[in-house]
Design a protein around this ligand. Sequence first.
Ligand code: CMC
Length: 427
Amino acid sequence: MSDKAILEFRGSKYEFPVVEGTENEVGINIKTLRGGSGLITLDPGYKNTGSCESGITFLDGEKGILRYRGYAIEELAEKADFLEIAFLLIFGELPSREELHKFHEDIKHESHVDEEMKKIINGFPKSAHPMGVLSSLTSALIAFNPTSVNVASDEAMYNAIVRIMAKFPVLVAWTMRKKMGLPLEYGDDNLGYVENLHKMMFKRPNKEYQLNKVVIEALDQLLILHADHEQNCSTSTVRIVGSSHAGLFASLSAGISALWGPLHGGANQAVLEMLEAIAADDGDTEKYMAKAKDKNDAFRLMGFGHRVYKNFDPRARILKQAADEVLGDLGIEDPILDVAKGLERVALEDQYFVDRKLYPNVDFYSGIIYRALGIPVEMFTVMFAMGRLPGWIAHWREMRLRMEPIGRPRQIYIGENSRSFKTLDQR
Ligand code: CMC
C-alpha cells in the first residue's frame, strides 16, 4: 500500500498522496486540499513549501551536499568549465566534444548586441547601480529580439537560449565599462567564453589585453559555483514570471532584480563592505558579532546563514581554499581575508551561531576573490547574475516544458470586513 498523509480537521478526514523524489525527499501532494476541504496552507517565505518537481539541482542542507544534474559540485568545480556546466544544467547531460563546439559556435554567432542598445546604457548616470542597469538592459533586449519563444519548437527554444547566453556577457561587460568610463566594445570570437567575458570587461582602449590563466580559472570556478541553487528567490522569480508565459528575457530581468537584494545575491557586496568596515574599526570582530546577535539591531552578519544549509555551504568551503590560492598566485596580500577568517573562527564557536546552525555561505569568500581579480564591489552581484544565468534558463525551460500552471499563491485575508463607502464630507 502506498503512503498517504491524513489531515483531520473539525471532525472530517482528508487523505493526500505522498510524492517521493529520487533522493528520497518526501512531500505531501496537497493539490486537492482546497477543493476538498476549503482549507489552504499558510507558509510565509515558503519554508515548507515545494513549488515544483525539478530534475536540475539537488541540495541537502543538513549534509552540505550540492549536485548539478547528479554531479558533485566539488568535482564539477575542479574538472569542468562554465560553458560545459551551462549546457549540463540547461539540457540535462554533459555535452560531447561536438555538442560543446556547436554550442560555443552558435553563441559566438549571436554575440553582437544591437548598437542602439548603447543609447539606452548611455542614458544611465554613472552612479546607477550595475544591477539596475543589467536588469534594464536585459529587459530592453526584448525590443531588439522581438520574436516570442515558441516553446513547442526545440529549435526556437535552443535559439532563444543561445541568444541570451551570447548577449548577456556583453551586457555584463558594458555595465562595468559604463561605470568605469570605458568605451563599450565587443568581444573576441577567438577566445573561450569566460576569457572573452574577461577581455570584454577589462580591455583598455590603448593597451594590449594580457590573458592571465590564474584569473580566468578563478573566474570560471566562481561562475560554476554560482550557476544554480534550485528554488532560491531569483530562480523562483524567473519561474513564476515565466509561468505567466512572459518571455525568457523578461523572466530573466525579473530574476536579476530579485538577486539584487542583500539577503540574496546582493550579500556578496554587503559582505565586502562589512569586512572593510570591521577592518577600519581596528578589526573589532566582537563588536560586529554583538550587533549581529542583538535583536534590536537590524545588522546581520552578512555571508552567514542560509535558508537550506544548516551545515557548511560546500561552495563556501571551495571558495575559502580558492581565495588563499588565488591571492597567493597573484601575489596579493589582502588584510580583508584575515578579517574574514577571524570572523569565521569566532562565529563558528559562538553559541548564538551554533544554536541556529549559521555557517558561512557562498557569498562570504566570493567577494575577496572578485576583489583580487580587480572587479569593483558594485559589480559583485552582477558577476553572481552572470554565473546564475544558465541556472535561471534551465529552470525556465524545465517549467515551460513541463507545462506548469501559472504561479498564483493564495492568502489568508486579514483586512476589514465589508463596509459602506463614506463620501468625503462624511469622513
Ligand atoms: N546574522 C545574524 N543572525 C542571523 C543571520 C545572520 N546572518 N542569519 C540568520 N540569523 C538568525 C535570525 O535572526 C533568526 O534568529 P531567531 O531564530 O532568534 O529569530 C535565525 O537565525 C533564523 O534566521 P531566518 O532569518 O529565519 O532564516 P532564513 O532562512 O529566513 O534566512 C538568510 C536565510 C540567508 C536570508 C539569512 O541567514 C540572512 O539574512 N543571512 C545574511 C545574508 C546573506 O548572507 N545572504 C546570502 C545567502 S547565500 C547566497 C544566495 O543564495 O542568495
